[in-house]
Design a protein around this ligand. Structure first.
Ligand code: F6R
Length: 615
């Protein structure tokens, strides 16, 4: 949830840390802070607000020199977002300094014990408790910083990615991880630390991702030393060569990351099936499925776990898997699943869907399913993420970095991967005829061009947004494959424009929500010709006769709905199971324009964070 950045080397740390924090701001943005160490003394600047505010504060209040630095952008857990609760935090002696992403769950009892020993606390954070625990261990045990961090971490319960330094050791930073991500960039006599690789990508392509329960002592002029936090065993760093490039993490001429990512979808979907969907050979190649085909074809059922938008992609997948592969599917909120003692057997396959690959609830659901013997498959976007590593096998979506907090291309690429899997399984278990299989391959290949076409409605959508930007409520309706799309459309509007929105299966409307309809109520209806079209048209009539305002998403050439709805947005026609890849596009654009017109921060909506590494 928070973003952490650190640097030690021969360059000035300040610009590296600040730029790094700006790239990680998607992870949290209610306060920010930086500490710089020039070998003699430390300089600290922290503020409520964004990295922009931190730049102002630090330029006004501290000297910006120092070849060692730590920075933090926060999504508050313990303690309100204010200057004092912002990280970094010092220990009581002022000799140790820490940044932390995560939650220390037993901080209250540690705080009480430390208070009895005379420690005082400036902030309300669990992090300040942790740095003082490290200080106390260091004093009591007479050990060096690395050992003190290790002993202290064995006393805490919770999740963390931390970086700590001691002013008596100007050439060393100690880092540790459990549950929250931490990458170390390895340069020429310099090291970078960050929650993901984006802060250091222009300096080095070599990185080590710490595993859970690992820590590292990073010392200038020395190789990184990794060890296990629990038992002190040596771990060997697996140095990866990063594929990320700078262009991918910048806005590239768009006003917002969200808009850029909406427009990237034709390319992203193509990248998702590139090398996998081989229509001319009539095959789908996916190593993670090929190597585990029997686990899937012999499965009693598939359980899909995810959160938020990824859960909506899971709901679409339920329709696809049952329709094309005739395998029973259950879709679960990871946060509910992990706590309700579900029945899981060795014959179950669990598919975990996550853009970030770091969502704490999804990760916990995976661990539980593994313990009960299920085969666990991950669908993630972020390469090398915790979920990608924790699962038995998986398939990446290859959407490229998604930085806008509201998920867009992650959703459509997740559906693309899940469609490929369902097709592969349907063919393998005989549920899908050869001719149907080929028809799907051809149709899927045509989707990127159709998404491109759907994006051409942007100007019309902007006009519709202007009409409804001040509505306090909005209803989204869809049926079949487009019911999850209605949920996703409502979520997009809620999270970036703060308008209350509800998604419903269209036929359920008459069981309650119809009471909300009056002349003030915009209702977005997905009414594509193939899926229960006549029934949805009847639902539209029901809304119109109660004076509701209809914004309909239809296939090109539709005339029936055009005659009834107040506004119509066309998308190119495709087969029903692929229609979510097209009907989602106008809903993303609609929420984008409405949010923009309401003056909302589209890329960083209030109270949200891109990767939810706390439960
Ligand atoms: C909505 C959104 C969130 C995420 C959810 C899961 O736009 O971004 O609802 O979908 O937090 O995140 P991942 O997919 O990273 O597990």
């Amino acid at each position: 949830m928070c973003g952490i950045v650190g640097y030690i080397g021969h360059r000035d740390a300040y610009p590296i840390i600040i730029k790094g924090l700006q790239r990680l701001e998607y992870r949290g943005y209610d306060s920010a802070g930086i500490v710089l160490f020039d070998g003699k003394g430390t300089k600290l600047a922290k503020t409520k607000g964004k990295v922009e505010d931190l730049i102002k504060r630090s330029k006004e209040s501290i000297s910006l020199e120092g070849k060692l630095g730590l920075g933090h952008t926060r999504w508050a857990t313990h303690g309100v977002p204010n200057d004092v609760n912002s990280h970094p935090h010092y220990s009581n002696s002022g000799e140790l300094c820490i940044i932390h992403n995560g939650i220390i769950e037993n901080y209250e009892s540690i705080k009480t014990a430390l208070t009895k020993r005379g420690y005082t606390f400036k902030s309300d954070t669990d992090t300040e408790v942790l740095i003082n625990l490290i200080e106390e261990v260091k004093k009591q045990e007479g050990v060096k910083l690395g050992k003190a961090v290790q002993i202290a971490l064995n006393q805490v319960v919770g999740a963390y990615a931390i970086a700590v330094f001691d002013i008596n050791k100007p050439d060393e930073i100690v880092v540790a991880k459990l549950g929250s991500p931490l990458a170390i960039g390895i340069g020429e006599n310099e090291y970078f630390i960050a929650s993901d690789a984006s802060p250091f990508i222009e300096y080095t392509n070599n990185a080590v991702y710490l595993e859970d329960e690992e820590m590292a002592i990073i010392r200038l002029g020395k190789e990184i030393k990794l060890r296990k936090i629990k038992d002190d065993a040596i771990a060997y760093p697996n140095i990866l060569e990063l594929q990320l490039n700078l262009e991918e993490i910048e806005k590239g001429g768009y006003d917002h990351f969200m808009l850029k990512e909406i427009y990237e979808q034709p390319r992203a979907i193509l990248d998702t099936y590139r090398g996998r969907l081989l229509a001319d050979q009539g095959i789908i190649r996916m190593a993670g499925i090929d190597q585990n085909l029997e686990r899937f074809t012999n499965a009693n059922r598939i359980i899909i776990v995810a959160c938020g938008t990824s859960w909506h992609a899971g709901l679409v997948a339920e329709y696809i898997f049952e329709d094309l592969a005739r395998i029973p599917v259950e879709v679960e909120y990871a946060s509910e699943f992990r706590y309700r003692n579900p029945v899981i057997t060795e014959k179950d396959v669990l598919i975990a869907i996550s853009q970030s690959g770091e969502t704490a609830d999804t990760l916990a659901a995976i661990k539980m399913a593994k313990e009960k013997g299920a085969f666990v498959f991950g669908v993630c976007n972020v390469v090398g993420s915790s979920i990608a590593r924790e699962t038995h096998a998986g398939a990446y979506t290859h959407a490229g970095p998604e930085i806008g907090v509201a998920s867009t291309k992650a959703f459509t690429t997740q559906i693309t991967v899940l469609t490929l899997i369902a097709l592969k399984l349907g063919k393998a278990n005989g549920a899908l005829s050869e001719s149907k299989f080929h028809e799907y391959l051809t149709q899927l290949e045509g989707v990127p061009a159709k998404v491109e076409k759907a994006l051409e409605s942007n100007a019309i959508i902007e006009e519709i947004a202007a009409v409804y930007k001040d509505s306090p409520n909005c209803l989204y309706l869809g049926r079949g494959y487009n019911f999850p799309v209605a949920l996703e459309g409502a979520l997009k509007l809620k999270e970036i424009s703060y308008i209350h929105a509800e998604g419903y299966p269209a036929a359920e409307m008459k069981h309650g929500p119809i009471a909300l309809i009056d002349e003030q109520m915009p209702v977005v209806v997905i009414a594509t010709k193939r899926g229960h079209y006549e029934k949805v048209v009847s639902n539209i009539q029901e809304i119109k006769s109660r004076k509701g305002k209809i914004i309909a998403i239809v296939f090109e050439g539709d005339t029936v709905v055009k005659g009834i709805a107040d506004h119509v947005i066309e998308v190119p026609e495709t087969i029903e199971s692929l229609s979510p890849l097209l009907t989602t596009i106008p809903l993303q654009l609609l929420s984008y324009h409405i949010a923009l017109m309401r003056g909302c921060n589209v890329d960083q909506p209030r109270n949200l964070a891109k990767s939810v590494t706390v439960e």
